[in-house]
Design a protein around this ligand. Structure first.
Ligand code: GLA
Length: 424
């Protein structure tokens, strides 16, 4: 073999090796997160909205017990998530400790407690030096922390974005995603940088859900200005989801934040909030005190029909069809040719709502699914009022209460049987 040929061969081998390496590194990126987790939007509970920093193992265990006893587990709630403030300091080896006064039995015992009951445990950390409540963050300790969480048996990590000076969000979340993968225990990664860096554009290979906005609070139509940041009401957060539906799907969800159902809004507002989160295919993470819920709150968070809309296997986020007289009309494509529809009264007063299906054409730009109610008939079922049923041949005329919702499921019943004119 001539030197030239050898050179060529070497070049070829080098090229092939480069190709393999390039493929490997591409695979590595694709393999950052655990696939097949959260194929429908995660359901569970989180301590923050109602308890803030006031968390301890007694509360977490009692919440798990309540999730089982109230029937929430039976309708799909699974994760019991401790938000900020479970942390103690790091030990001499840098290993994160729990706050021993609040969690004397340790995190592993709590994870075991959940697993025995068929539930899962979630915890919280932060990409920065400190968490938003000033506890030790994971910056510089990502792989060690992920390993510790895996040893504890943790199933879900919410990862916040306070004190992250100099960090780039995508890179920081890539680091923790790889750290979780390296730790070897499948864990849902809940990305929480408040939508500041358009996570919908980069977070899908890294985590299972990403916050799209700043924090929610228990108010239907409000902004709470904290000076450098604001918390938002249900309507404000809903409006901020505009344009994001194409980024969501099985295993990668837009997260419009945890729920405030049962935290002080009216029953109508709670119902509307829950319904719209279902229309958004949002994670359903309850944020109220499960140990002391009113019957009404429980009936809202356990409405199986509404949950089924959220958890529909296609995982397609709904869209706003139109807005008229302060009522937003939303549609969400479901499996088996069904649709969910929600009419949301944003007004501060009760509102008459008229909807003639046959005057509407439903066209979903994303999935290309269409409905022509002049060609096809659907029956509908009101998901909050079992006795209310109808079909799309008829006009809907009803009153929707202030800040309430009318939510329907539409099921195809076949083609219109147009009577043929005589003589044909
Ligand atoms: C941020 C998050 C909240 C909560 C708090 C905890 O504000 O967005 O959801 O986790 O931190 O300090």
């Amino acid at each position: 073999m001539t030197t030239r040929m050898k050179g060529k061969r070497l070049l070829g081998a080098g090229f092939a090796l480069g190709l393999v390496l390039a493929m490997l590194s591409a695979n590595q990126v694709a393999a950052d997160k655990y696939e097949h987790l959260a194929m429908t939007p995660p359901m569970g509970w989180n301590s923050w909205n109602n308890f803030g920093c006031n968390v301890d193992e007694k509360l977490i265990k009692a919440t798990a017990d309540a999730m089982v006893k109230t029937g929430m587990k039976d309708v799909g709630y699974e994760y019991v998530n401790i938000d900020d403030c479970w942390h103690g300091d790091r030990d001499a080896n840098g290993r994160i400790q729990v706050d021993k006064e609040r969690f004397p039995s340790g995190m592993k015992a709590l994870a075991d407690y959940m697993h025995k009951r068929g539930l899962k445990l979630g915890i919280y950390s932060d990409a920065g030096w400190r968490t938003c409540a000033g506890k030790p963050g994971s910056r510089g300790y990502e792989f060690q922390d992920a390993k510790t969480y895996a040893e504890w048996g943790v199933d879900y990590l919410k990862y916040d974005w306070c004190e992250t000076d100099g960090l780039k969000a995508e890179g920081a979340y890539m680091t923790i995603s790889r750290a979780l993968k390296a730790a070897g225990r499948p864990m849902v990664l809940s990305i929480c940088e408040w939508g500041d860096n358009d996570p919908w554009k980069w977070a899908s290979p890294l985590g299972q859900l990403w916050r799209t906005t700043g924090d929610i609070y228990a108010c239907f139509d409000c902004e709470y200005d904290h000076g450098t940041w604001s918390s938002w009401g249900v309507l404000q957060i809903l409006d901020m989801q505009d344009g994001l539906r194409k980024y969501a799907g099985p295993g990668h969800w837009n997260d419009p934040d945890m729920m405030e159902v049962g935290n002080g809004m009216s029953a109508e507002e709670d119902r509307a909030h829950f319904s719209m989160w279902a229309m958004l295919a949002a994670p359903l993470i309850a944020g109220n005190d499960l140990r002391n819920m009113s019957k009404e709150t429980l009936s809202i968070v356990t409405n199986k029909d509404v949950i089924a809309v959220d958890q529909d296997e296609l995982g397609i986020q709904g869209f706003k069809l139109k807005s008229k007289d302060g009522v937003d009309v939303w549609f969400k494509p479901l499996a088996n040719g069904e649709w969910a529809m929600a009419a949301l009264n944003r007004n501060n007063h009760d509102q008459t709502f008229k909807f003639g299906f046959r005057n509407e054409k439903i066209v979903d730009d994303l999935t290309k699914r269409e409905v022509d109610f002049n060609a096809e008939i659907y029956t509908w079922q009101d998901l909050w009022n079992k006795d209310n049923k109808g079909n799309t041949k008829d006009l809907i005329k009803t009153t929707i209460k202030r800040h309430d919702v009318l939510m329907l499921k539409l099921t195809p019943k076949g083609a219109w049987e147009h009577k043929k004119p005589k003589g044909h």
